[in-house]
Ligand binder design. Structure first.
Ligand SMILES: [Mn+2]
Length: 351
């Protein structure tokens, strides 16, 4: 506990120079429950110290639970569009990641990093005024719940505390697989947040129906599956950006099939092949599996999120092979490549 108190004092000390200024809180990838809730907590903490902020993301919010989280709790995020006024901000803060999206790399390259708070493995050398990367927590929301508790901030925020506490509980729940893989720190955070949260709303957020499109994508993936022993590979086809969260949901669903311990679902989303890997296997280590099977993956850029089993392959090289932008042709080239890599990996390659 002593160390955590030090951490929040250090955060205060390092943020004070930004007092009266604005910080841009940057989310990476499609905003998820953990990153959204951590950003919200970070914003409230900054606000209490007289620092303004905006929460910015690039990818669309897509998962029905996250859409409900924003709507039911009245959370405002800003999606990046060209012309965004980066000049209004003194620095950036990163929550639940250690680097911003590539799409923002150029715009942010001279912007100081005020803080990085994350629970993934540290990736390379990081430069920031404040860094708190922990492995003994199940989510970034857990770390922020601790900060809030040390600062006793929720008690002073009145009605503003409900959305923050509810969102953080949701973030912890999602990142710890409904607390199954939660650690002591996560339970302690939940216990603290419970006092301020609206569990009826929390229930609503986590019981969202699947959109028809998401259900169609899951169905399509199921129809286009190949089974290699206990490994199931499924193609979701071309998926719109706003539907991309159907890919991990298809993977979660297909993993329920008896006799299957590992699932990979992939789909073409914009300029990438988005892949989700889910495993209950004792022997498959997702990160190593991905490295071995797809040695061409840009490990550095997408290396940070393997605990969630998501990774991306750049589509560029396949476009050349498919000679153009014809989606059907592109889809076929991608299918052939992925099937070949997987078959080779499992020794099913027919020569
Ligand atoms: Mn997380």
């Amino acid at each position: 506990m002593g160390k955590d108190l030090e951490k929040v004092s250090e955060l205060h000390e390092k943020m004070m120079p930004y007092s009266g200024q604005k910080i841009l809180i940057v989310l990476r990838g499609a905003p998820d429950a953990d990153s959204i809730s951590a950003a919200l907590a970070h914003q409230a903490i900054l606000n209490s110290w007289g620092i303004g902020s905006t929460i910015l993301h690039v990818e669309a919010v897509s998962h029905q639970e996250n859409l409900a989280l924003l709507k039911l709790l009245g959370i405002e995020l800003v999606q990046y569009r060209p012309g965004f006024p980066f000049g209004d901000y003194k620095a950036i803060s990163l929550v639940d990641s250690q680097r911003p999206d590539i799409a923002l790399a150029e715009a942010l390259k001279n912007m100081p990093v005020a803080s990085i708070v994350d629970h993934h493995d540290q990736f390379g050398v990081l430069k920031a005024d404040f860094i708190d990367i922990r492995k003994n927590v199940g989510s970034t929301a857990t770390i922020y719940a601790e900060y809030l508790q040390r600062l006793d901030l929720l008690a002073t925020l009145e009605e503003e505390s409900m959305p923050i506490a509810t969102a953080l509980m949701h973030g912890i729940r999602v990142d710890t697989k409904d607390l199954i893989v939660a650690q002591e720190s996560d339970y302690l955070a939940m216990a603290y947040l419970r006092r301020y949260a609206d569990v009826e709303l929390l229930g609503k957020i986590s019981q969202q129906n699947l959109s028809p499109t998401t259900m169609d994508i899951i169905f399509q993936a199921y129809q286009r599956k190949d089974i290699y022993g206990s490994f199931l590979l499924a193609a979701a086809g071309v998926v719109r950006r706003e539907d991309r969260d159907a890919i991990p949901q298809a993977a979660d669903f297909l993993l329920k099939r008896a006799g299957i311990d590992t699932v990979m679902v992939y789909g073409i989303v914009g300029e990438y092949i988005d892949c989700s890997l889910r495993t209950n296997s004792d022997v498959i280590q997702p990160e190593k599996f991905i490295q071995d099977t797809f040695p061409d993956v840009v490990m550095g850029e997408y290396g940070g999120r393997f605990d969630q089993g998501g990774f991306r392959l750049p589509l560029g090289i396949f476009k050349a092979l498919a000679s153009g932008d014809d989606k059907e042709a592109l889809s076929m080239v991608v299918d052939r490549y992925i099937k070949k890599q997987i078959a080779t990996k499992f020794g099913f390659e027919k020569g």
